[in-house]
Design a binder for this molecule. Sequence first.
Ligand SMILES: [Zn+2]
Length: 328
Amino acid sequence: LKIDVHAHLIPQTFVEPVTGETPLPVRIFASGTQQPIHTQSIRALSTDAEQLYNIERRLADMDAQLVDMHVLSVAPMLFVYDLERPQAIDAFQQINNALAEVVNANADRFVAIADLPMQSPEDAARELERAVRDLGLRGAEICSNIGGKNLNDKSFAPVWRKMEELDVPFFIHPANVLGMDRLGDFYLNNLIGNPTDTAVAAASLIFGGVLKEFPRLKFYLAHGGGSCPYLRGRWDHGWKMRPEGKVNITRPPSEYFKLLYFDSLVHGGFALNYLVDTVGPERVMMGTDYPFDMGDYNSVDHVLGIAHQSDAARFAVLGDTAQQLFKI
Ligand SMILES: [Zn+2]
């Protein structure tokens, strides 16, 4: 099976249908009312806004891209971490229910991972349990920071405990990135902010001791881990030479780094070879970022083109590892 672990969806219930290249209006209403609790319009689509919500179109695109299954995650615009209770719980439940409906209608092509109210970690743990046990979702997608908090913040422990108990993977996806005072031009918020914020997320899990305390957690990082695969040696060197990195961990960062997973979305053969050679083919899974304009829709070809590795390694990246991780 060829499985795309980085594929975004906005459930149709939150969208006023549009066609063509246009901002997509997205709205979440309080349950049973016409009272909006979240309103937004989404750009950054290269072709057709309906790709975000139209399932028939998605299935046709998957066929054209030789992708058998999507691990559906919401577009990061639905990290609605600014909502407060009880609206937050309501919104995330609606989102996850809608994801489950899409999966149930096409169970041979889709699995999905939940969106969680991380602004309220006890609620997030409860919603994760509901999403996995009641809805059949396979894990969760969280932002690389939660409203500006790094992922080693102690308040997130209830989520990590529940994640460990349920044995489900988490996708870490950048948004709300650091450094916006200097990344406003040239789309640098994405081109540099996204890979950098992802590296901060990984460093927080490693140096912050999250992976030491919860070594069975399975996190996978968007965009090939951003800049962090390239920084692994520097992190080990800094940990050895400096006291700051040793506050929470007694073993080198690379000992925790090797617990992470990565998608394949790096936009270049040399970079993909470097990633696979550095972290191991069993730690990389194909991701396209469908349907955004920053995606790679020749991912299958690019994975098959990985050098210095066996066919078994290429198939691990194409889908074998994802099949195990998401229990497909
Ligand atoms: Zn994405």
